[in-house]
Design a protein around this ligand. Structure first.
Ligand SMILES: Cc1ncc(COP(=O)(O)O)c(C=O)c1O
Length: 378
């Protein structure tokens, strides 16, 4: 086995599933605030679009995807961000953003080159790092903390790292903290991209889960040397469908498209039809947002009433909560687990985060209230 991979910790969500199964085996009903996979049903018209698209004869789908899908996404992007994309060249369907993030480094990184650093946020979504390891890139994690408001700032990254950076990942709204990026910092990243010539990749899968101002897309600020990664998983409650989209620099997308043919990452035709229905509709998105707003209110108020310090943010369905004084994240979350409450210890998102734990607003409002009841008993 590849030595770099042998030393990887278990994938965080796999570890969470293992712990959850352990508690369930003890006969305790588990309230799962671990993995970011909410339980609200997918809108009926999206499910129907999928069913209607299952053909009698099923043949290989294409990497490029159906023109109707690319147009539906480009139309949505123009409505949402005011940016016009060419559906022919500036849009590429994916099987969810996870695989697209993972595979990108395999295309962009040449391990024999000097310039092969991938820069990514920590705490953050682990796939940016893991994909880069598989591609034999050099890694540079940018430590973000409550002290710098979890805002990834190019001035925090040493100039020699930026000079060797091949890919820089941003993720706003940010998993796990829910933080957003202000406009001047988007512009600072575009300036850094233009100065150093790296590929600026923005993971935007949470832009539709917000409770105040609408989050921005990197493509509002530039297109050359820039890619935005979108997904229907969180926006439309379609994690099981595996449907995402990359938009941006046509030249970069052309080489990624060419390489993806061998990766076997074409979206199934029925998923593409369900995705068209999803990108063309905002009602179900507004409905989901109402639900998350309510769960967020219940959990934030409830945790604060328990004396816990909830980090103040405006987006995503995560709460980033400080571990009580004198406890470790592992110890505290293990105690919660004993009471059947699954949350993610901050350390799962990279070293230096042990003062926090993440609560994903997955259970229903009633489940949230039940969890708070148990929490009070601790
Ligand atoms: C920051 C971030 N990026 C990407 C993904 C992957 O999403 P998808 O379901 O589109 O693969 C997740 C999933 O939790 C995420 O939190």
């Amino acid at each position: 086995m590849n030595d770099d991979l042998r030393n990887l910790k278990p994938y965080p969500m796999v570890e969470l599933a293992r712990r959850k199964a352990e508690v369930a085996a003890r006969g305790i009903e588990v309230l799962d605030f671990g993995t970011g996979d909410p339980q609200e049903p997918t809108a009926p018209h999206i499910r129907q679009a999928l069913l209607d698209a299952v053909p009698a004869v099923s043949q290989y789908p294409t990497i490029k995807g159906l023109p109707e899908l690319r147009t539906a996404f480009a139309d949505w992007f123009a409505r949402r961000f005011g940016v016009t994309l060419d559906p022919e060249t500036e849009v590429l369907p994916t099987r969810g953003s996870k695989e697209a993030i993972f595979h990108l480094a395999l295309v962009e990184i040449d391990p024999s080159e000097d310039r092969k650093t991938v820069v990514y946020p920590e705490p953050g979504y682990p796939v940016m790092e893991i994909g880069s390891l598989y591609a034999e890139a050099d890694l540079h994690a940018v430590p973000m903390t409550a002290a710098n408001d979890y805002r990834m700032d190019p001035s925090q990254v040493p100039a020699d790292v930026l000079a060797k950076a091949k890919v820089v990942w941003l993720n706003y709204p940010h998993n796990p903290t829910g933080q957003d990026l202000p406009e001047p910092m988007w512009r600072a990243w575009i300036d850094a991209q233009q100065e150093h010539g790296f590929l600026l990749c923005s993971d935007e899968c949470y832009t539709e889960i917000y409770f105040d101002e609408k989050p921005r897309s990197v493509l509002e600020f530039a297109r050359e040397g820039v890619l935005a990664f979108h997904s229907l998983s969180k926006r439309s409650g379609m994690t099981g469908y595996r449907s995402g989209m990359i938009a941006g620099d046509a030249e970069v997308l052309a080489r990624y498209r060419a390489c993806r043919a061998a990766m076997g990452q074409a979206q199934t035709v029925w998923t593409q039809h369900a995705s068209i229905a999803a990108w063309r509709d905002e009602d179900h998105v507004a409905e989901r947002l109402r639900t998350f707003r309510e769960k967020r209110r219940v959990m934030t108020d409830g945790l604060k009433a328990l004396g816990l310090d909830v980090y103040d943010t405006r987006s995503t369905f995560y709460l980033w909560v400080r571990v009580p004084e004198g406890e470790s994240d592992e110890g505290y979350t293990a105690r919660l687990l004993d009471a059947g409450i699954v949350v993610s210890p901050g350390s799962m998102f990279g070293p230096g985060n042990a003062e926090f734990f993440r609560v994903a607003l997955v259970p229903s409002v009633a489940g949230c209230e039940q969890a708070l009841e148990r929490w009070r008993g601790l």
